[in-house]
Design a binder for this molecule. Structure first.
Ligand code: C2E
Ligand code: CA
Ligand code: CA
Ligand code: CA
Length: 292
């Protein structure tokens, strides 16, 4: 009950108490888990909406917990954020994902082929950055270090920062992102549309990609789709394009959604319709063109 933070009312709720204990257990286990190598990354393909070709992948971290099995990031990223472990964990994810992308680039330049003779592609790699990482003074140096050690071109890396992390951001917070962008690293605004950022503000952010949140895609599942939803997406896309930003849509689960989002002018997509997150092997020779 102590782990419930001294809130005596939680004692009356066994479930909340159990959750607090689990949370406490996970939090204290995090550093050792990183040392023991219990984290791993799944990769989810990013595709061009026009022809369904894979051009990159987003790295999504998982924890292979000895007792609880595989835990998704929602179970431990907030804890890692809270305790600061997100900095070393995030650095590990970056190093791992960049190393993977470097391998894909190598395979492509060697003319490697997949099972069905599909040519290996030099996939771009997207890595999530949490707000704490954004505030950490070592961000630029760490990123440069990881890129230099791996030999991956900065232009093949995209860092995803949530819209909410940048709401009201001042120049101090934007400076490291600006430096990375100047090096050629792409910055994507993740979960776009869930915060209430001033659209005009987009202009001063060093971002080149908007990732439209899954909630928009979900609205498109209804038949017929809500015309207001469609108008909103259309508006965002046209604004983004006028600012020379590419639009990626998240959470595409059906062909109908994919078709609609393509008609609305979105550029690229990610979602179960194309592929679930999975192991990195063969992803660079995967052909999803048949899916569309
Ligand atoms: P996100 O960055 O918005 O990542 C997309 C999430 O949507 C992933 O959940 C992905 O598995 C899920 N997804 C992809 N396609 C579909 C779809 O078609 N339908 C539905 N319903 N879901 C889909 P996941 O892997 O559980 O990750 C959750 C969040 O955890 C991520 O949201 C991101 O904010 C965070 N996260 C993941 N890996 C990292 C990391 O290495 N560092 C940090 N800081 N955060 C991470
Ligand atoms: Ca993301
Ligand atoms: Ca997202
Ligand atoms: Ca999300």
């Amino acid at each position: 009950a102590k782990s419930a933070g001294g809130n005596r009312f939680e004692l009356a709720d066994p479930e909340a108490d159990a959750r607090a204990i689990t949370r406490h257990g996970l939090t204290t286990a995090l550093p050792a888990a990183l040392e023991r190598g219990e984290f791993f990354i799944e990769y989810q393909p990013l595709v061009h909406l026009g022809d369904g070709t894979v051009y990159g992948a987003e790295a999504l971290v998982r924890w292979s917990h000895p007792q609880h099995g595989v835990l998704g990031p929602d179970h431990f990223i907030p804890l890692a954020e809270h305790t600061g472990l997100i900095v070393p964990l995030g650095r590990w994810v970056l190093q791992e994902a960049v190393g993977q992308a470097r391998f894909w680039h190598e395979q492509a330049s060697l003319g490697g082929q997949g099972e069905h003779g599909a040519a290996a592609r030099p996939l771009r790699i997207n890595v999530n950055l949490s707000p704490t990482q954004l505030h950490h003074p070592g961000l630029v140096a760490d990123t440069v270090d990881v890129l230099e050690r791996s030999g991956l071109a900065p232009g093949a890396l995209c860092l995803e920062v949530t819209e909410s992390a940048l709401i009201g951001a001042d120049e101090d917070l934007l400076k490291p992102l600006r430096q990375l962008a100047e090096m050629g690293v792409d910055i994507a605004l993740d979960d776009f549309g869930t915060g209430y950022s001033n659209l005009a503000n987009l202009r001063r952010l060093p971002v080149s990609v908007l990732k439209l949140d899954r909630s928009f895609t979900q609205g498109m599942q209804r038949h017929p789709a809500d015309p207001v939803d469609l108008k909103i997406v259309e508006g965002i896309v046209s604004l983004a394009h006028s600012l020379e930003l590419a639009v990626t849509v998240e959470g595409v689960e059906t062909g109908v959604q994919a078709e609609q989002l393509r008609e609305l002018g979105c550029d690229t997509a990610q979602g179960w319709y194309y592929a679930r997150p999975g192991p990195p092997d063969r992803l660079h020779t995967l052909s999803l063109a048949d899916a569309v």
